[in-house]
Each structure stands twice: as structure tokens, then as C-alpha cells.
Design a protein around this ligand. Structure first.
Ligand SMILES: [Zn+2]
Ligand SMILES: [Zn+2]
Length: 319
């Protein structure tokens, strides 16, 4: 991919005042309201007002949320690292929408822009652009974790994701995002009610499997943009600060292996070595064997060795 030093005019759109306000209120609500639910879950746990069903709902919905974002939105939609049926595509888009990280056009355009400008001017969420010194680094880390979503700019749909824009069946999941996001909150309430048969179970299912799950899974996911671009191992010289952060990788099913991922963005696996934690990569390998997904892309051993030997981005551009 050609390197780009400054964002082109068409790639980043400055929002008008009312659109910026709507974006701010939406993003702020999605960041904070599930947090209130998490506080409620903590009180319920402390008071002993929960059942095993609530804990299973939390775990089950965490899996749906994280697989939806990592396999669906990230590896399938943003990077096209494998192919699948229209049916399973729908399953992935609905599961990803339940994550509450925004509709697919927002997600894909933001993410592709992140790869293009990784840790340089134009990156929507780099923790490394706030300056030198401890205070600036901490400020950058916090900004890249959440407040970046409150910015008054948007990534151009036409520039970053014309392929998704053209695909009417895929775009359907963009238009119906809110429906799936709310369904992801109500589903655990309905299951809680069906299993336990009480209104309290519906409420605790909503709190544990809906709100607390959304908040905690997204906190983990946002660590990919913050911690995994600051702390961790760097086996590949990508010309950015992407790092392999194992704790983040465990909670995000492999996404914390950012250094590997920026070296091979089109690979369905984020692990380069077998022991690196990449639950979504392992799941895709199994789904490939079951023929649910196909044409799984990954670099072979020679490509990995060649990439390891290669110098930083500047050398690569010249090669
Ligand atoms: Zn990254
Ligand atoms: Zn990516």
C-alpha cells in the first residue's frame, strides 16, 4: 500500500454544528449509559441479587459481542480476510451491531483510516500524537481510549468504503443498526425471563447480559486502540507504535496483537506464532474446517520471514 503523509481533503469530513452535536450526544451516551448499568451490576453482585443464569448471560453475550466485532466488523468487513455465505454474513453483522460500537459504515471507515495513517496525522485514535513527556503520554492514552469518538469530524464513506456502500444487502445492516443494538440489550432480558420466569430475572438479565456486557467488552475493545498502540512487543517494524499486548489480546480474542495485525492486515489470524492468544483466529480456523467460512487469507512462512527481515515503512516504500 502506498504511504500517505497528510490526509487528503476528501478522506476526512468536518461535520456541521448540528451533526457534530448529534454525534457527540450519541457517542457520549454509548460510552456512559452502559457504565451506569455496570455500576448497577456491581451493586447486585454485592447484594447477592443475581443467579447463575445472569453470569451465563454475561459470558454468552460477551462472546456474541466480541466475535461479532472482531470476526464480523473487523476481519470480514474491514479487511475482507475471508469469504462466507450471505446468511453467515448477516449473523456476523447483527452480532457486531449488538456491540454498540456504531453502525458498520462508521466502524469500517474509521478502521481503514486508522490503518492508513497509523500513529500519524490523520489517525482517528492514536495515543502517540499528544507530545512527549509523561503527562502528554497519559493524555494521549486516555484520548485514544474514548474521547476521540467525540470529535467533530467523520471519515468519508465514499473514500474509505465504496465497496460496502455499493453492496445493498450489506448496507441493510447499516440502516438497521439501532434495531440490532437494542436487540442485543433485550435478548438477555428475554432469555433471563424464559429461564427463571420472573420479572426480576428479566431485569438482571438486561443489566448483566446487556449493559454490563456492553460496557466491559467495549472497554476491552478500546484498549486495542489505546494500550496496544503504546505497550507491548514489536516483532515487526511497521513504522508505527502498534504493539502485541497479550492481556488485551486475551480479552479481545486476538485484537491486542496489533503489531502482528499491522504487519499483515489482510490475514484472518492475528497470531503469527501458534501460542499467541487469538481466539477469533482459532474460531475462524474451525469455521473454515466446517465450511462455514472459506478463502481464509494468511501469509505463508516465507512471507512472514521476509516481513521480519524488512526495515521500517520508509525502506518498504522504496523497495
Ligand atoms: Zn492499530
Ligand atoms: Zn485492522
Amino acid at each position: 500500500m502506498a504511504t500517505m503523509t497528510a490526509p487528503p481533503e476528501a478522506a476526512i469530513v468536518k461535520l456541521d454544528r448540528s451533526s457534530a452535536r448529534i454525534k457527540w450526544i450519541t457517542a457520549f451516551s454509548m460510552m456512559t449509559l452502559p457504565g451506569l448499568g455496570t455500576a448497577a451490576a456491581a451493586v447486585l453482585l454485592w447484594q447477592g441479587i443475581f443467579t447463575a443464569t445472569d453470569l451465563w448471560l454475561f459470558a454468552g453475550m460477551y462472546l456474541v459481542h466480541m466475535f461479532g466485532i472482531t470476526i464480523g466488523f473487523h476481519r470480514y468487513l474491514a479487511h475482507k480476510s475471508f469469504k462466507t455465505s450471505r446468511f453467515f454474513e448477516g449473523v456476523l453483522m447483527i452480532a457486531g451491531s449488538m456491540g454498540g460500537q456504531g453502525p458498520i459504515m462508521y466502524w469500517v471507515t474509521t478502521h481503514r483510516r486508522h490503518h492508513r495513517f497509523s500513529d500519524r496525522d490523520g489517525d482517528p485514535h492514536s495515543p502517540n500524537l499528544a507530545g512527549a513527556g509523561l503527562a502528554a503520554k497519559l493524555r494521549g492514552l486516555w484520548w485514544a481510549h474514548m474521547p476521540w469518538m467525540l470529535s467533530d469530524e467523520s471519515s468519508s464513506w465514499r473514500f474509505w468504503a465504496p465497496d460496502v456502500l455499493r453492496d445493498r444487502r450489506l448496507f441493510f445492516y447499516h440502516r438497521t443498526y439501532q434495531l440490532w443494538m437494542v436487540a442485543g440489550l433485550l435478548l438477555p432480558a428475554a432469555i433471563g425471563f424464559a429461564v427463571e420466569g420472573t420479572a426480576t430475572a428479566a431485569l438482571t438479565g438486561f443489566v448483566f447480559g446487556g449493559l454490563a456486557r456492553m460496557f466491559l467488552a467495549n472497554q476491552a475493545a478500546w484498549c486495542v486502540g489505546s494500550l496496544s498502540h503504546m505497550f507491548g512487543g514489536r516483532p515487526f517494524d511497521n513504522g508505527d507504535r502498534s504493539a502485541n499486548n497479550w492481556p488485551v489480546a486475551v480479552f479481545t480474542f486476538g485484537e491486542g496483537l496489533q503489531n502482528n495485525h499491522h504487519a499483515f492486515p489482510g490475514s484472518y489470524r492475528h497470531a503469527v506464532r501458534a501460542w499467541e492468544p487469538d481466539l477469533s483466529g482459532w474460531a475462524l480456523t474451525v469455521l473454515g474446517r466446517l465450511r462455514v467460512v472459506r478463502d481464509l487469507r494468511q501469509p505463508d512462512a516465507a512471507a512472514i520471514a521476509a516481513r521480519r527481515a524488512r526495515g521500517p515503512r520508509g525502506d518498504r516504500a522504496a523497495a
